[in-house]
Design a protein around this ligand. Structure first.
Ligand code: SIN
Length: 530
């Protein structure tokens, strides 16, 4: 057993920011299941929403966020995260993060703020079209040689160790984590009174997603098994514009294109958003994604198109170099022709319920970033609010975890007991089940839902769960098996939450109850395992 002051799971903006702050106070284990640089953050193109100009105000950012959230944001969380944003951005800039700048009318330099859907002002800080990668690289450079941070890459967390599971009759507390060292194939026992869950979201439960392969919902699944409150998992955000191409998977075409004037057109070259919403292409994401889905269903086309070719080619190339290059690889010149796009699963708006310092319902277990549900997003996240939330909540969790002087829990942790020494000989079963989950979620639990489809998904997921459990107990654990187990758990949580909401709100749209029903459902969906 190894002891740490802080265990951090995940290496995106939230996990890295927390690890750097906490390392000033103690020893940190930074666990990540692939390479350190593999995170959702690194894939974030658009930027960070933050009030940084005299033409904007906290009030407007709060109002836009609440409006997108369709009645379910926790206003105090919104206010806190929005108003603390500028201080955290200043820290990032001090650390060396570059955001694009421009020259104003008087020749002075200022931040080049862009616009995205649902924002009433230009307030998105960005670095070209690879803002997340810029932030990630800057944080990683600080982590690299930090004497108090032990990086454990290619290590996958299996489960939390809690006093509840150990049978103590005290408030359920997290006292450590079992972690699989993928290269050695052994499970290690790590002990700490402070564990930070920053594992990101669950896009991979769907067949089509803008997320990297790591996004298998591990954090929510682990927190659920440990008995934490999980909320609002029905609210999965579909990004309207993922590149539609046979060999380039999961490539986002940033909303910032629409912010800079790109329009959506159908296969006949006609715009359709102008008939749908007064903000047209810059309507909130749920509305744009549903309009594309409806357009594709109406025409039978396999995709729609995003057209920015009316803008000067030089501007497009320098503002969107990553997207431009990827499109060229796909044989498309976006300065001259429209880009084929489809909606794809993008962001988990619910997650592990936390307070305003990131602490979950389990003492000593914090959740920050996409894995958490702070109340900022409600039923629909406002674009580019997530990197902001990650960096603000990392700071707030650090403050609480290092401020409070709680008595450490005196407990000896049992070593991990492997169910069997056998290797999984039927790898095909894992890959088959993995694909089955993703396809059934796409077909039955997508942008437009019905009770019947949700029930079908629930039945299939129950069978898959039983099969995966059998594997889990009888075979030596591997990253693939652990991810599949988490995928099935999180998919079931999404379905269970969706079945409980007999109305349409934000990202949850069902043909059976197409209207919003505030009288019965102006509340969060909570699930907890007892
Ligand atoms: C984008 O660039 O469109 C993604 C921004 C976000 O999801 O917040």
């Amino acid at each position: 057993m190894r002891f740490f002051d802080h265990i951090v799971l995940g290496s995106g903006i939230a996990g890295l920011s927390y690890a750097l702050k906490a390392a000033a106070k103690g020893r940190v284990a930074l666990i990540t299941k692939r390479r350190l640089a593999d995170s959702n953050t690194a894939w974030a193109q658009g930027g960070v929403a933050c009030v940084m100009s005299g033409e904007d105000s906290f009030g407007l950012h709060i109002r836009d966020t609440l409006e997108a959230g369709a009645g379910l944001c926790r206003e105090e969380a919104v206010r806190t995260i929005v108003t603390e944003g500028p201080d955290r951005i200043a820290e990032l800039i001090d650390m060396g993060v570059h955001f694009d700048r421009r020259t104003d009318r008087n020749g002075a330099e200022e931040l080049d703020l862009t616009r995205e859907g649902g924002h009433s002002k230009r307030r998105i800080l960005h670095f070209q079209d690879s803002t997340g990668r810029e932030i990630e690289n800057t944080l990683l450079a600080q982590i690299a040689s930090h004497p108090r941070i032990e990086v454990m890459d290619h290590h996958m967390a299996v489960d939390f160790i809690t006093t509840g599971k150990l049978g103590f009759a005290i408030e359920n507390s997290c006292v450590g984590v079992y972690v699989l060292d993928e290269k050695k194939g052994v499970v290690e026992t790590l002990r700490s009174d402070t564990t930070i869950l920053a594992t990101g979201g669950c896009g991979k439960i769907y067949l089509y997603t803008t997320n990297p392969d790591i996004a298998t919902g591990d954090g929510v699944a682990m927190a659920w098994r440990a008995g934490a409150v999980i909320e609002n998992m029905e609210f999965i955000q579909f990004h309207p514009t993922c590149l539609y191409h046979p060999s380039i998977k999961s490539f986002l075409v940033s909303e910032a294109l629409r912010g800079e004037g790109a329009v959506l057109i159908n296969e006949k070259g006609r715009r359709f958003m102008d008939k749908t919403h007064p903000l047209k292409e810059l309507a909130p994401r749920d509305i744009v994604a549903r309009a594309i889905d409806a357009e594709m269903k109406r025409s039978g086309a396999k995709c729609v198109y995003l057209d920015i070719s009316a803008k000067p080619a030089d501007f497009v190339r320098s503002r969107f170099p990553t997207i431009h290059e990827t499109c060229l690889k796909a044989g498309l010149d976006m300065t001259q022709e429209p880009i084929p796009v489809v909606p794809a699963a993008h962001y988990q708006c619910g997650g592990v319920k936390t307070d305003l310092h990131g602490e979950t319902s389990i003492r000593g277990l914090y959740a920050i970033g996409e894995v958490a549900s702070t109340g900022l997003h409600g039923a629909n996240r406002l674009a580019s609010n997530s990197l902001l939330e990650g960096v603000v909540m990392a700071h707030r969790a650090f403050e609480k975890a290092t401020r409070k002087q709680r008595e450490p829990v005196a407990v000896d942790l049992p070593e991990w007991r492997a169910g069997s020494v056998q290797d999984v000989d039927e790898m095909v079963v894992i890959s088959h089940n993995w694909e089955e989950v993703r396809r059934l979620m796409w077909d039955y639990v997508g942008i437009v839902r019905t009770d019947k489809r949700l029930q079908r998904a629930a039945t299939r997921l129950r069978n898959l769960h039983a099969e995966v459990q059998e594997f889990y107990w009888n075979f030596k654990v591997s990253t693939d098996l652990l991810e599949l187990r988490n995928l099935v758990t999180v998919a079931s949580l999404v379905v269970d939450c969706a079945l409980g909401r007999k109305e349409s709100r934000g990202l949850h749209f069902t043909l059976d109850y197409p209207e919003r029903d505030d009288a019965r459902f102006l509340r969060d969906t909570h699930l907890r395992r007892f």
